[in-house]
Design a binder for this molecule. Structure first.
Ligand SMILES: [Zn+2]
Ligand SMILES: [Zn+2]
Length: 379
């Protein structure tokens, strides 16, 4: 998600949204610390804690995403270093005598896997494109801020996640018993199902909220920097709350490609991503089985990997799929943004060449289909 570049006032919607993000991060970080340092804690009723590695990976994936949302780490390049240091200290401090917890290299690797997956999605979700696509990304950020400024939105998202987990967990257990049959550990795929269910449903609710805010914003015309609304202000008067400049084009008509065009642009990345998952799956097996007879190093890696507990192997598989998924998402977003950025010279609705069409105050009308367009820069 894009981060605000201005220091926004605390009492603006963007300021409240930032405060809420920080409160949520601190609460989750304290709970996570308590859970990882509670003396002799083992995940109850699971026999030898077969969810341990999954829980480690999920914990640090969530912490990474939430820390990025706080704005305390301003640059994405710094975030991996902060998180690796954090998870290393977290793992080492579990060795403090008296807690009777263990310091474990596999746990630490699971933490790293969670951080890597989370970072990949953070990078993939950064704003793509320049002029018009960047404006569309700023609008989304503004809509998200005005949503997250209210605790009810957080409550809705948390409820949706809980519902998704409640539906996903039994589905995971069912799929495990039908297809995977990895032995008497249905909880592992139940856990994966719960995480996927929670992510899908929470994302759907968040996206619905953002879209409804976006629709409303075309009438409200909130400030793009701080999301404050001033109903009686002129469209291009500076924001009264934060002083940022406002433009007539800020909320001039929705920006976006027709759905069919987005699908067309996403086709190639999605096919490549699916091919990559298949190659990742089968070639890894093929390379390992043929090469372990010839290479001492690969033999040792293969032996190490096959003796890992099943939950650690699920973490490894899930991380591979997550990295490929994040790459696919990033390619789709970049391709769509590049097409949207051409919207000032080529009508997004009908493809008409708009280079000879005038755009006063950064907005104009397509002479071919009558659709309105935004142009950023000269002209
Ligand atoms: Zn403002
Ligand atoms: Zn047109």
């Amino acid at each position: 998600m894009p981060l605000p570049t201005l220091q926004v006032p605390r009492d603006s919607p963007a300021g409240r949204a930032l405060r809420n993000r920080r409160v949520v991060f601190v609460v989750v970080a304290i709970l996570a610390f308590a859970a990882t340092h509670w003396p002799k804690l083992e995940l109850a009723g699971t026999g030898g804690a077969p969810l341990d590695k999954l829980a480690h990976a999920l914990n640090f994936a969530v912490l990474t995403a939430l820390l990025w949302q706080t704005g305390w780490v301003r640059r994405l390049a710094i975030l991996p270093a902060v998180m690796v240091a954090w998870c290393s200290l977290d793992e080492l401090s579990q060795g403090i005598p008296g807690l009777r917890r263990t310091v474990d290299l596999d746990d630490w690797l699971a933490n790293l896997a969670g951080i890597a997956g989370s970072l990949a999605f953070i990078a993939a979700l950064r704003p793509a494109g320049q002029g018009i696509a960047a404006l569309a990304a700023t609008r989304r950020r503004c809509a998200l801020d005005s949503l997250l400024a209210h605790w009810t939105a957080w409550l809705n998202i948390a409820t949706a996640a809980a519902l998704g987990a409640a539906v996903g967990a039994p589905l995971g257990v069912l799929l495990d018993s039908w297809f995977v049959r990895k032995g008497p550990q249905p909880w592992q795929y139940g856990f994966v199902g719960a995480v996927l269910g929670a992510s899908v449903v929470a994302h759907a609710v968040l996206e619905a909220g953002i879209r409804s805010r976006l629709r409303r914003s075309h009438d409200d015309r909130p400030c793009l920097a701080c999301a404050a609304v001033a109903p009686d202000a002129a469209p291009d008067a500076p924001c009264r709350t934060c002083g940022a400049a406002r433009h007539a084009r800020d909320w001039f008509r929705p920006i976006g490609l027709p759905g069919s065009e987005e699908l067309r642009l996403c086709m190639m990345p999605v096919l490549l991503g699916m091919a990559a998952v298949i190659v990742f799956n089968f070639s890894a097996i093929a390379i390992l089985t043929t090469m372990r007879l010839r290479s001492e190093l690969i033999l040792r890696f293969d032996t190490w990997f096959t003796t890992l507990p099943p939950d650690a192997r699920i973490v490894a598989d899930a991380t591979g799929v997550a990295l490929i998924g994040a790459w696919t998402l990033s390619r789709c977003r970049v391709r769509i943004a590049a097409e949207v950025d051409r919207g000032g010279e080529r009508c997004l609705a009908c493809g008409f060449d708009l280079r000879a069409t005038a755009a006063g105050a950064g907005t104009g009308t397509c002479p071919e289909c009558g659709e309105q367009f935004v142009r950023i820069g000269p002209g």
